[in-house]
Design a protein around this ligand. Sequence first.
Ligand code: 3PG
Length: 207
Amino acid sequence: MLENILKISPIVPVVTIKKVEDAVPIAKALLAGGIGVIEITLRTDAALKAIADVSKNVSGMTVGAGTISNPEQFKQATDAGAKFIVTPGLTTKLAQFAQTQKTAFLPGVATISEIMHARENGFSYLKFFPASLAGGAPAIKQFTSLFSDIQFCPTGGVNLENMNEYFSISKVVCIGGSWITPDSLIGTKNWSEIERLSAEAISKVKR
Ligand code: 3PG
């Protein structure tokens, strides 16, 4: 269930993996740093195999798939082992498909009309993306005053410096971000620094 998955960790690392062999060490480093959830984006050829490898080989890590934009990708990701699906936005096709699936689904929204569309389709946990460009924490405060039944996971421009602006809002269930697993650290296989950044991020969360 999505609610339980989003409660595993206040921070959901959004990870783009170019080389399949990096997936398991990245997931292990996140876990060692105290983060038990990972969103692997479907932006590379390695993504589906990376999801499968992490889900088979890293016990204690809950793996999800991000950047899903159609039902075919949704199915490929769940077949690979993804326990949750994240989308940058929501289409009618995706909404209808997600309703037929058991896999937890976190659709993206950026505007009030998009929130209304997602809500009409029965989704009450929404990714707010791209958060910093779409109004940041003040926008979420406005949204929650209109729709008190919706919980948000802001992502896009969220980082160590500004995450607590989001966590100060009670309807922010988690935040997503890529700063813990930047290309520069993955490229140099610096797993210990990824572990350190994970632990640092978790230790600075104020809710
Ligand atoms: C995402 O897909 O959720 C974003 O690319 C993550 O945004 P960030 O790189 O600004 O953290």
